[in-house]
Design a protein around this ligand. Sequence first.
Ligand SMILES: Cc1cc2nc3c(=O)[nH]c(=O)nc-3n(C[C@H](O)[C@H](O)[C@H](O)COP(=O)(O)OP(=O)(O)OC[C@H]3O[C@@H](n4cnc5c(N)ncnc54)[C@H](O)[C@@H]3O)c2cc1C
Length: 316
Amino acid sequence: MTKILVVGEHDGKQLNPSVAKVLNCVSGFQAEQTDVLLMFAEPVQQIIQAAADIEGVSRVLTVKAPEFENPLGASVVALLSAMVDEYSHVLVANTTYGKDFMPRLAALKGVTQISDLMRVESPYIFDRPTYAGNAIVTIEAPSDQLLCATVRCASYSAVGKSAQPAPVEPLEVSVEFPTHTRFIERQAGSSDRPDLSSSKTVVSGGRGVGSSENFKVIYNFADIIGAAVGASRAAVDAGYVPNEMQVGQTGKIIAPDLYFAVGISGAIQHLAGIKDAGTIVAINKDEEAPIFDIADLGLVGDLFTVLPLLEEEIKK
Ligand SMILES: Cc1cc2nc3c(=O)[nH]c(=O)nc-3n(C[C@H](O)[C@H](O)[C@H](O)COP(=O)(O)OP(=O)(O)OC[C@H]3O[C@@H](n4cnc5c(N)ncnc54)[C@H](O)[C@@H]3O)c2cc1C
């Protein structure tokens, strides 16, 4: 019997949009039951309702414990390992949160973790990217053990709302939480701009931008078109922008409808992060830059000339 547990991420205010994308992936499993697990220090009705409204959810399970005020991988796994034995699959989005705890769970249960599911052929046969997204491999997982997997959200759109909300069941689970790992503080970049992972439009700057001061041209242009701002690893490594803005194999994997690559050459590790983007626009002064091979629209020119011209046209 295919019985799936989806671990639902939230920030204490809202359900993460990735949960509805994981449910889209789950629809390919033809599962008999799909539960969404939400962990809280204090349950938040709005989050529970949002999960119950997602199409394909059989039950929303809630667990309350002080440890989930700031959930750490070690605490999440302590809970999961106490409750997953009745499930055939445990799935989570390939966000930082999911990638943090899923390998721990797999190790504790003595099973293999499967990363970045991007197509489901059957409950144990999947496609996933390899070689920085340059090849897609079809894999078969053992069907006689728990399957722990992360879902490549950029490959899935969110499922819609269910006509009938799923029932909500608070769970009483007795768990001994670990004390060797504890939460100290959270340091997060704050920005009024749209979220890079989920924005429909993204403007990324690369080494060609030249400095953190020059990055103002990228921010200005992004603000005019209401876009999130990303960057190449070279721009991050040079200290132009913080690490959380990196797009690519070792950064964020995104799927905006419209992506601007400005002063970015188009290395495969960068392209791995924008494989599922809709329209890619490249602005580069080198007409031989590899980014033009994959761009839908290319502008050969100096970004400091081209961006102000584009802004003028857009403002008109
Ligand atoms: C294991 C591994 C993982 C990696 N992960 C990532 C990753 O996640 N993300 C990532 O991005 N990279 C990653 N990289 C690095 C990657 O290989 C490239 O080095 C990097 O993407 C290059 O960044 P860039 O295009 O900004 O810089 P460059 O390759 O230096 O390109 C700069 C571009 O700007 C253009 N330019 C310069 N001045 C101007 C101007 N005034 N106007 C217009 N264009 C201009 C140039 O013509 C050039 O094409 C990884 C590498 C490795 C080995």
